[in-house]
Design a protein around this ligand. Structure first.
Ligand code: FAD
Length: 559
């Protein structure tokens, strides 16, 4: 059998290597229009920032390695410029010599990825405006930064202590690539402004969680402009100006465009295969397109959201790699299926980590879903008595009717990956919050607590569904009765207008001060003491609700 794979990076390279492991006799041609196969696009921001020093470190595998180890005919600088799906041939163009040739196939795999969106705005082609997709992009950005800084700051990459003003970067788009670029440009000593058209950064997060990210960016002197889009660019006396839709002119020595990616579907259209409503190639769960001899994987395809069952575009390396492997299995005659994707993702931002898996609350709302509940918890990342513990912020979404885990968002400066991956596995396995309560997770003081934050999230959620802890959120309290069970010293920091303060240790002795004809909404700092108060009040016949996340969730409300 002869297989041609278009695209030699995440999905394509995975497919080629797996296919060879399954079939020693297949003829495999992997065609890549760029100069490198299997490069680390996820590492590009860190090459710009300098934590990855050498360009060669970005090259995970080479064309030669594909020849020698996998016996794959890997061809770089070679673009597929045509597909004839009737004749089952592709037309190849050598990018260096310009020569064209034709190859036939038995099976064709498309893994052409997604291209950064570059709208046709005035001035978009001015020098100094970059996208980040390939090794060449990252090299160009680094060269531009070096040249720029050499010219006027003089103290290359050591930062702003040269007595010159630091260089200015504008990053357009606050998704994970935008945020990673922000971090790496700040690390290089640039002063950075981030523009985001939405009302929040990191769109997969719910807005109130994103507020914490925006606060964190401000702490690192990153200026964040929300609710504003780019209208164009123009040359200024020094550098560029980024013109925004609200009329601002932001000075910049470099601009990074990171407003999202668009599936590369030109070849698919040429082959006459179906494109889905989200603009990606439509495939079944075997990664087979509407043409049974053409499979497609990676950023170019639409996938089913594991939780909602809806088609979506999730341009992430994990799904691309798994899909490449599945396509190989299917070509080799195995019954492999892609289960869908949960959008599990993680992003480093200075010392913090931002991660999410499964569905967000805004997606649930968009779908008109009402059968869900959420809890916010703020546990320590590990035992408080062991040095270095940091507060984690966890939002857990679950189905009200059966407790099924729907989604989780985790932020913090320690211990985020362990928790998000536990939640991700729970969603894959179809776990409920009751399973989270019971999950046996690794524990020693430097890593966690005997009740891990994941268990703890499950317990808080299960308390709600079992009726042990009636719950309310700040936006649903209205003018209800507010009971603050914090200690008086905590009130010096912040109070909530209209709240009555009875510290938890005094509560049992002061029950007569509380109304029996009204629902009491109780809070503390993190909702733990208010949970204890809720239990006391419930058992004394009061109508009571614990305010989820209490003062901590109040501090990052969406509005
Ligand atoms: P790609 O890996 O983009 O490969 C497609 C290849 O096909 C390209 O090299 C292209 O040149 C080639 N090609 C296209 N058309 C043709 C043609 N006609 N002929 C020949 N070749 C062609 N994901 C994560 O999960 N975590 C991360 O931390 C992360 N960080 C990222 C950081 C950056 C800066 C970028 C750009 C992406 C990041 N991603 C990350 C996303 C991840 O890299 C992609 O989801 C993944 O690479 C998609 O794999 P793919 O095979 O679909 O496409």
């Amino acid at each position: 059998m002869k297989i041609i794979i278009i695209g030699g990076v995440a999905g394509g390279a995975s497919c080629a290597a797996r296919l060879r492991r399954l079939d020693e006799n297949a003829e495999i041609i992997m065609v890549e229009r760029g100069p490198h196969v299997s490069y680390a696009n996820c590492g590009l921001p860190y090459y710009v920032g300098g934590s990855i020093e050498e360009e060669s470190s970005l090259l995970v595998a080479t064309e030669q390695m594909f020849h020698a180890v996998y016996n794959v005919d890997a061809r770089t600088s070679c673009e597929v410029v045509g597909i004839d799906s009737q004749q089952k041939t592709v037309e190849l163009k050598n990018q260096i010599s310009g020569e064209t040739s034709t190859e036939s196939y038995d099976k064709l795999v498309l893994s052409p990825g997604a291209a950064p969106i570059r709208p046709p705005l005035p001035g978009i082609d001015l020098p100094g405006i970059f996208s980040v997709r390939t090794v060449a992009d990252a090299v160009d950005i680094r060269k531009w930064l070096e040249r720029d800084i050499d010219r006027s700051v003089g103290n290359a990459f050591t930062g702003v202590d040269s007595g010159w003003e630091s260089k200015r970067a504008v990053v357009v788009g606050g998704g994970f690539i935008g945020l990673e670029m922000v971090e790496n440009l700040v690390e290089r000593g640039l002063s950075v402004t981030l523009i985001e058209k939405l009302n929040q950064v990191m769109p997969p997060l719910d807005t109130e969680m994103a507020r914490l990210v925006e606060r964190y960016l401000a702490k690192h002197n990153v200026k964040v402009e929300l609710n504003d889009g780019v209208a164009g660019f123009r040359k200024a006396d020094t550098g560029l100006e980024v013109l925004t839709e609200t009329g601002k002119a932001l000075p910049a020595d470099i601009v990074i465009m990171a407003i999202g990616v668009k599936p590369e579907t030109a070849l698919a259209k040429m082959a006459g295969i179906e494109i889905g409503e989200r603009g990606g190639i439509r495939v079944d769960d075997h990664m087979v397109t509407s043409n049974p001899d053409i499979l497609a994987v990676g950023d170019a395809v639409e996938v089913k959201d594991f939780v909602t069952g809806q088609y979506s575009l999730i341009p992430l390396a994990g799904p691309a790699n798994r899909q490449g492997r599945i396509a190989a299995d299917v070509i080799a005659g195995r019954d492999a299926r892609f289960r869908g994707t949960q959008g599990t993702s993680i992003c480093k931002l200075f010392d913090a980590t931002i991660a999410q898996t499964g569905v967000s609350e805004k997606t649930l709302k968009r779908l008109g879903e009402t059968d869900y509940e959420k809890v916010y918890i703020y546990p320590n990342s590990h035992a408080g008595y062991y040095p270095g513990a940091k507060i984690l912020v966890i939002k857990l979404l679950f189905r009200q009717s059966d407790g099924k885990v729907l989604g989780a968002q985790v932020l913090g400066e320690d211990g985020v990956p362990k928790r998000i991956d536990s939640f991700a596995m729970a969603i894959q396995a179809g776990f409920t919050i009751y399973d989270l309560e019971e999950s046996e997770l690794s524990y020693a003081p430097p890593y966690g607590s005997a009740k891990d934050p994941v268990n703890f999230a499950g317990m808080a959620a299960a308390n709600v569904l079992r009726g042990d802890m009636p719950l309310v959120h700040w936006d649903a309290i209205g003018d209800g009765f507010l009971l603050d069970v914090r200690n008086p010293v905590e009130l010096d920091v912040e109070t909530v207008p209209g709240a009555i303060n009875i510290p938890l240790p005094q509560l049992r002795a002061r029950l007569e001060e509380l109304p029996r004809d009204k629902e009491i909404n109780v809070f503390c700092r993190s909702a733990q003491r208010s949970y204890y108060a809720t239990r006391i009040l419930l058992q004394n016949g009061f109508k009571v609700r614990n305010i989820s996340g209490s003062m901590l969730s109040r501090s990052h409300r969406a509005d």
